[in-house]
Design a protein around this ligand. Structure first.
Ligand code: IPE
Ligand code: IPE
Ligand code: MG
Length: 271
């Protein structure tokens, strides 16, 4: 009888331990998200933009698609102004997706050239404290493009006013698969116990782990889809779809959407 009692007590302790291990990190994470959403007058900390519509903007003017992409880079300037004025901490720009390699090679090459020059187009913003991070894969990129993206990060690393993530050669599934591969390699070599893999640990191994979850996700050009963008970090984003084609989008429009965001009720699964 006492042996059975001891066995039952041991079993109860292991159930409690299991419950703590499984639910505690999620509860801490959810509480942090709730307080972030409630604080500071409900302002987004991380705004992400799916900058779509460059091709249609050019077609309407009888111009080649590449002119649309050049106009798209010019539009970024006004958006950075708006985001700085709003005190946005993190701004992500979806510039080239892992699926965009399927476009004609002349267009892909033009987009590569724009990426090489991108950070130099925003010197004034760098002086105002903008720093650039690159979120994306090196796969298929030329060494010149990789070097230019790393140099932009290096040159602007002191900036503290706002972090701008260039999502270039980025795919939401790609970053999840690469993260899974990193963890699998560590587990295979005995450096990681698979039992301890949970959501916070997985998030800490994503590329750019310091880039927080997206609060506000805007897509221009009237399309209403995510197109494989930051799938992990978009889990609880508020979505905004606007008809404006990207080259016509302005910092003032961004500011109006940030005001609309403040009226959204975020619940994170609670009542
Ligand atoms: C977005 O504009 C920029 C990139 C995807 C590189 P698009 O080039 O997709 O423009 P549309 O959608 O064809 O108008
Ligand atoms: C998404 O736009 C990618 C970028 C804005 C960089 P796309 O124009 O490539 O998306 P789909 O193909 O219409 O879904
Ligand atoms: Mg498009």
């Amino acid at each position: 009888m006492p042996r059975r009692g001891a066995r039952a007590a041991k079993w109860r302790i292991s159930v409690v331990k299991w419950l703590l291990r499984e639910t505690y990190p999620m509860a801490v994470d959810a509480a942090a998200r709730r307080s972030a959403a409630a604080g500071g007058g409900h302002r987004p900390r991380h705004v992400a933009l799916i900058m779509d519509g460059n091709g249609r903007w050019a077609a309407r003017r009888g111009l080649p698609r590449t002119s649309g992409h050049e106009a798209g880079v010019r539009a970024v300037s006004s958006v950075l102004d708006g985001a700085l004025e709003e005190g946005i901490e993190y701004l992500s720009l979806f510039i080239f997706s892992t699926e965009n390699w399927n476009r004609p090679s002349a267009e892909v090459n033009a987009l590569m050239r724009l990426a090489e020059e991108a950070s130099e187009s925003f010197e004034g913003h760098v002086e105002r404290g903008v720093r650039f991070w690159w979120l994306g894969s090196e796969a298929r990129l030329s060494p010149t493009v990789i070097r230019a993206l790393h140099e932009a990060e290096e040159r602007t690393r002191a900036g503290r006013a706002m972090t701008v993530a260039f999502c270039f050669n980025h795919g939401g599934r790609d970053e999840i698969v690469r993260t899974a591969a990193v963890l699998a390699r560590r587990a295979a070599t005995g450096g990681l116990d698979p039992e301890v893999i949970d959501e916070p640990l997985f998030a800490r191994h994503l590329p750019l782990p310091d880039l927080p979850d997206i609060d506000m996700l805007i897509r221009t050009s009237g399309e209403q889809r995510i197109s494989n963008f930051m799938l992990w970090r978009a889990a609880y984003a508020e979505f905004f779809f606007v008809d404006t084609l990207w080259p016509d989008f302005t910092g003032d429009q961004l500011r109006a959407l940030i005001t609309a965001f403040a009226a959204r009720k975020r619940r994170f699964g609670t009542v």
